[in-house]
Design a protein around this ligand. Sequence first.
Ligand code: BES
Ligand code: ZN
Ligand code: ZN
Length: 485
Amino acid sequence: MEFELLDKKIGEISADCEVVFMVGKNLKHKWVKDLEYFKPLNFKAEVEETVFIPDRKKLYIAIDSMEHDSIRTACAQAIRILKKTNFKSVKIGLYAGKEFATDNIRAIAEGFILGEYIFDKYKSNKIKSSIKKIVVSTEEYSGKTISVKIIKKELKTGEILAHAVNFTREIANQPPDDMTPIQMGEVAKKLAKENDLQCRIYGEEFLKKNGMNAFLAVGRGSIHPLRLIHLTYKPKNAKNRIAIVGKGITYDSGGLSLKPTSSMITMKSDKSGASAVFGIMSIVKKLNLPFEVHGIVGAAENMIGGNAYKPDDILTAKNGKTIEVKNTDAEGRLVLADCLCYAQDFDPDYILDFATLTGACVVALGEYTVGVMGFDEKLKKEIMRAASASGELSADLPFNKYLPKLLKSKIADVSNLSSSNYGGAITAGLFLSEFIKKENKEKWAHLDIAGPAYVEKEWGCNSYGASGAGVKMAARWMENLLKKF
Ligand code: BES
Ligand code: ZN
Ligand code: ZN
């Protein structure tokens, strides 16, 4: 699918069909023309209601606002419908609003590309979309003239971001036996080649040498050897150094603290944080971001077996802190503990980690929202603002002075399990903070993507399966960071 921007009125463009959005029941928009069809077709223009009028070759979609997120979702809805037709080209207006919102333009490209994605690698019969071209008209909602150059750039950025999200989805969707830690390393190598990244891949030996015993313990029960993956993007005159760390548990069985069957299903997606890191690393060069970006992934499989780590083990992490294991299903924080220590060796200005860390985060915020934790209010706010501008939902989960006590251990420096049943997302975040050096506390943010990373019931631009959560928000955060220089 490709996009073409034509500096023409929508009526002057020829295409196999047209997509028209309308806000709620406001049928007065100049592009809404076929009112006489609505009544007999019982189209009431309720939000998300659609109607296709064959005579006019028009697909009408009612949306709740002309904000970027509604437009993104509506474009996804449009492509899901049009995919099933034999149309090859679609035309659409530029819903940029009176203010000329660049986010709306991106949203058009993103919506179509994200909405088209389904995970069908293992399906014998793949449904191929016939839509090859989306023609965007510069005719503006308000009729105002706007710069074609900027519109083109925004569409292109939307395309880059959406393809990165689909790339992330595809990795996270792979079944566990087809995306082992070694294969995660192969993905990284290929990615590095295509994007001028430096790629370092380490195994057990390196971890032993560097005292990364928490990460090592998690991978021990699996027949698949673990991998520490480090991708680096180093442009000339970089303005800042950013480390993005991802949890890459290629399968989380829970280990000896075995998960019940129903909770184990979907745990192939416990590599979503790592997959997001790959997605982010795939766009830094394409977006020309003047930052040195380190993508660090801890890839391991959490399994049972004679060699598996166990509750009662005490592990020494890279920074020398000892951890009492009380539950082997709280494995992500152990892998991240060592990866965060490793990331700090490179003196980053910012450290962001992405992880499907806790079920508690899903309980707290629901399935759509990323949990944002950290010590710096400003950094958290910037991340949440970026998330919202990029079409991702996020919310602050605040640390406080009482919660750290819940991680106390009688026999080690810290326990990997909170002594309370409540606040599990935040105590997991606080566990990670034990591995952030004092001088780096304000540079770090932890993003728990356990809710939105895997979609069991289609929502927004997401079909069933991995959503690619984290990619768009991180990209936007970096874009915004650039404005500071
Ligand atoms: N990978 C899970 C968290 C998870 C749960 C992600 C649901 C996505 C959906 C994590 O490793 C885990 O098992 N966490 C435990 C922690 C507990 C043992 C303290 C959990 O959330 O139950
Ligand atoms: Zn677990
Ligand atoms: Zn896990």
